[in-house]
Design a protein around this ligand. Sequence first.
Ligand SMILES: [Mg+2]
Ligand SMILES: [Zn+2]
Length: 126
Amino acid sequence: MNRGEDRAPAEGSPDEALPTTPTPEWGVRAFQDQIERIYGARDRARGVSGTFLWFSEEVGELARSLNSGSRGSLEESREFADVFAWLASLASMRGIDLASAAREKYAAGCPRCGNTPCDCSHRTRE
Ligand SMILES: [Mg+2]
Ligand SMILES: [Zn+2]
């Protein structure tokens, strides 16, 4: 979902919260490539298990941010970016192109029922 599309505005304008504006060219693939350039060698040297541990730690940081109430803040957006970055690194290490994987699984709607929005009953039990 695009920022600001379905949420209350954060303090200040959205452009204050995030200094950069996403462009069509800077999508999932460009992000994964950039993370590979920045951290790829180091992450490969650490290995998948150690990198997954870091990913898990960042998920914990995101959980704390989501519980903090600083909804939509720059700090919170950076926790999302951290989780995404570690996920991208893990995908690269496993030879997965995240953009292709996401598109293959979700572009046609819910992979289970095929609908958009999803009509699966298991989703309504949450
Ligand atoms: Mg973090
Ligand atoms: Zn469904």
